[in-house]
Design a protein around this ligand. Structure first.
Ligand SMILES: *[C@@H]1O[C@H](CO)[C@@H](O)[C@H](O)[C@H]1NC(C)=O
Ligand SMILES: *[C@@H]1O[C@H](CO)[C@@H](O)[C@H](O)[C@H]1NC(C)=O
Ligand SMILES: *[C@@H]1O[C@H](CO)[C@@H](O)[C@H](O)[C@H]1NC(C)=O
Ligand SMILES: *[C@@H]1O[C@H](CO)[C@@H](O)[C@H](O)[C@H]1NC(C)=O
Ligand SMILES: *[C@@H]1O[C@H](CO)[C@@H](O)[C@H](O)[C@H]1NC(C)=O
Ligand SMILES: *[C@@H]1O[C@H](CO)[C@@H](O)[C@H](O)[C@H]1NC(C)=O
Ligand SMILES: *[C@@H]1O[C@H](CO)[C@@H](O)[C@H](O)[C@H]1NC(C)=O
Length: 468
């Protein structure tokens, strides 16, 4: 009799789990959908047909511009491919066009000019109101595109090297004239694939899709010295349907930073970052985070799914940065299956990040931070498990931690303030404000797949979350 009733209890437990939490792991099957992959372009030219010289000395900006101008005539005929053969192709900034494949062959290296005049000045982004580092305009990225569709940047072990050290020195010795350029920036564009390449030494953030949709970054390596300033890896900014898969990133700042505009400018522009998948990411960063959200998040950030992550020799793994004045929200964030080795702080939320574009920000514009789930994390040689600081009078809520096992050296593994949430199977045991159990009462307060499927079905995106 006794035995029977204990079986019944187990059954009930399973049924509840099935209804409530068990679908957390189901979504991992479909990830980046490769829409424009392997697109055959009916026309192809080599950069050498436009007078380019791959000696690492000759400046080839005009050759890139002329080749792309020529290829524009094929954009309504299935598009075209610009082939970059083996060689060292020095260039200044150039613009891409729609229906273009930029293809770097084995041993092809595109080198960014070390003369800042080859990186022209452009307007600041409306969602930032000014350059990110300095008021006013900013330098244009080496590879730039705006208002485009169907663009592929790919190849066979090719390299795009920003030769950023000149910019890093100017940053350090405070002689920059304008905000530093990104290595690749695509703006107001849709249907972007960046794959199978290595990106080196960006002057500033490396890959910056801003106001974009349907962006896939797959199988890329991004490297910059661990002490190079602000060399973020990939920064999806006010962009949706972004999938980042199978990447290795080691840089001097955040490996991936999801953003959506800055204070009053970001609030007014009002374009969120949403539906972003990060899958199979490996990397390290000595001063920053593996995956960061913010600090610019004023247009809102939601529906971020990160899984199968490995960070080592790093400062922080998961970081949310925000501040009074930002407004906006960060919600529906799901991180699972993360392995950490030699990481100072596994989870860090900072509610008082500060850092404002000007004095015009609204101190009362408080960000809403809610529904953040982190589960299945293993960590070895971790200094601190969590430093989780919300904003006084603006608690970060529904923070859920499940199955997080860390080998922590600090006597104070968790410090939490102005947050509220739940946890199950967390070692060392979570801080007081997160100690209440998830199961069974708070399952529905925690963001996970079943909530997510609900909302994607509501939106009728024509299939699963990842299909675009
Ligand atoms: C690019 O798209 C933006 C947003 O849709 C629009 O405001 C702008 O005028 C477009 N620019 C050009 C050059 O077409
Ligand atoms: C990743 O990219 C490299 C070129 O950088 C290529 O050799 C390799 O086959 C790619 N791997 C996959 C799985 O696509
Ligand atoms: C700052 O660094 C740049 C780039 O290395 C260099 O050209 C410039 O002379 C330096 N300026 C000062 C004041 O040190
Ligand atoms: C990367 O390269 C590999 C090997 O050439 C190829 O099979 C794969 O389709 C490419 N992937 C992308 C996303 O371009
Ligand atoms: C977790 O991620 C690692 C890569 O970091 C991967 O090898 C492993 O298969 C993943 N585990 C599950 C259960 O998906
Ligand atoms: C935790 O780390 C210490 C120090 O590095 C090590 O001796 C110990 O074996 C680790 N424990 C586990 C469970 O990994
Ligand atoms: C964490 O909490 C401990 C104990 O309450 C305190 O001594 C320490 O200063 C706190 N650390 C931080 C970084 O807030």
């Amino acid at each position: 009799m006794r035995r029977l009733s204990s079986v019944t209890v187990v059954d009930v437990f399973l049924v509840i789990a099935l209804l409530c939490c068990s679908s957390w792991k189901v979504w991992s099957i479909t990830l980046c959908k490769e829409t424009n992959l392997e697109k055959v372009r009916p026309h192809s030219v080599s950069i050498t047909e436009f007078g380019a010289v791959g000696d690492g000395i000759t400046l080839n900006t005009k050759a890139f511009q002329n080749a792309i101008f020529y290829l524009n005539s094929f954009s309504d005929k299935g598009g075209a491919k610009l082939f970059v053969p083996a060689g060292r192709w020095l260039t200044g900034s150039f613009d891409l066009i729609s229906h273009l494949t930029l293809w770097l062959d084995k041993d092809a290296i595109i080198l960014g000019s070390t003369n800042s005049e080859d990186w022209p000045i452009v307007d600041p982004l409306p969602s930032y109101g000014r350059g990110r580092e300095l008021p006013g305009a900013r330098h244009r990225s080496l590879i730039y595109g705006s208002n485009l569709t169907d663009v592929i940047i790919t190849g066979n072990e090719g390299i795009i090297d920003g030769q950023g050290s000149i910019w890093w020195s100017k940053f350090r010795n405070k002689t920059l004239d304008y905000t530093r350029p990104h290595l690749v920036e695509l703006m107001n564009s849709a249907g972007i694939l960046i794959s199978n390449l290595t990106f080196l030494n960006s002057p500033f953030w490396t890959i910056h899709p801003v106001y974009c949709s349907q962006v896939t970054v797959q199988n890329v390596t991004i490297l910059a010295p661990l002490d190079s300033p602000n060399t973020d890896g990939i920064d999806p900014d006010s962009s949706d349907d972004v999938c980042i898969e199978d990447c290795y990133i080691s840089t001097g700042d955040d490996l991936i930073a999801i953003k959506s505009g800055w204070d009053e400018y970001g609030i007014a522009f009002g374009r969120p970052s949403t539906n972003i998948i990060i899958h199979r990411l490996v990397g390290k960063t000595q001063v920053s985070a593996g995956i960061a959200i913010g600090s610019e998040m004023s247009g809102g950030v939601s529906n971020i799914h990160a899984q199968d992550i490995l960070f080592y020799d790093s400062y922080t793994a998961i970081r949310i940065k925000t501040s009074p004045g930002r407004g906006g929200y960060v919600r529906n964030i799901y991180v699972s299956n993360m392995t950490l080795t030699n990481v100072d702080i596994a989870i860090r939320f900072t509610g008082l990040y500060g850092d404002h574009p000007d004095d015009g920000y609204d101190q009362n514009a408080l960000p809403v931070i809610e529904k953040i789930t982190i589960e299945d994390v293993k960590g070895d040689n971790i200094k601190k498990a969590g430093l989780i600081e919300g904003i006084e009078g603006d608690n970060f809520v529904d923070i859920c931690l499940s199955n997080i096992i860390l080998n922590v050296s600090s006597n104070y593994p968790w410090n939490c303030s102005n947050v509220r949430g739940y946890s199950d199977t967390v070692s060392p045991e979570a801080c007081e404000p997160l100690k209440e159990r998830i199961f069974p009462d708070h399952c529905s307060d925690c963001y996970h797949l079943s909530n997510h499927q609900q909302s994607s079905n509501d939106k009728k995106r024509g299939g699963s979350f990842t299909s675009w």
